[in-house]
Ligand binder design. Sequence first.
Ligand code: ADP
Length: 258
Amino acid sequence: AYRITGVILDITARIQAETALRDSEKRLRELSEAQKRFIADAAHELRTPLTAIQGNIDIFMRYPNIPDDEKLDILGDVQRESNRLGRLVNDMLQLARGDSGATLREEEVQLDQVIVDVWRDLSRVVPFHHMLLGEVEPLQIMGDQDRLKQLLLILLENALKYTPEGGTVSVSLSRQEKCAEMRVMDTGYGISEEDLPRVFERFFRADRSRTRGEDPGGTGLGLPIAKWIVESHKGKIWLESELGKGTTAVVQLPVYEG
Ligand code: ADP
């Protein structure tokens, strides 16, 4: 009986090892598919501003006598598109670092202070929206202060970009059991039920017609970066939204009690 048990244990161990191998092969395949898709999407996204820049330079070279005001228009276009190119490259670099397992700082961070700081800086330079600071409970977490500031900036910038002038953007922080819960709320265009599950996909951007045809110049990488930052802090992030009413971004991070 002893020997039979041994044989069965051997077989079980072998089956487990084979299953683990198959699982990791599958994961590798999925990862490599995701990488290929990222590169294809990235190339496509980079090509659009590049084509615009090249086209404008061609016009400049071919027609040396264009009036000065038209020249300025063309240069303005080149400037906008090259800024966009710069933003894309920066965002892509940051995600690539995240993918290759870049580690974040681990220090005690007073999350309420981060919120007040970012909110104060931003509300000084935002002329067209009401910016409210809701209730902000003093809460500490472990993490990387600069990345947490960036996270909040991404969410606030989105709230501002996708809210028409005169709308309201507010931030709050409260404790929910073992988590610090940060909410960034806006009274903007909202996101359709159909688009909502896709907003954390790399390069995903909802239909422009919903933002009155204006392109606020996003890269479609803000929320993926936000998600990477939150998950590196062992937290959760999601959006709640209703079309035409507004959006709330919710972030939960484990509280540090010292
Ligand atoms: P982007 O650079 O385009 O803002 P993000 O990854 O930050 O990219 O967001 C992806 C998409 O999700 C946006 O293009 C927009 O369609 C939608 N979105 C994000 N935040 C909001 C918000 N607060 N209100 C409405 N739509 C939003």
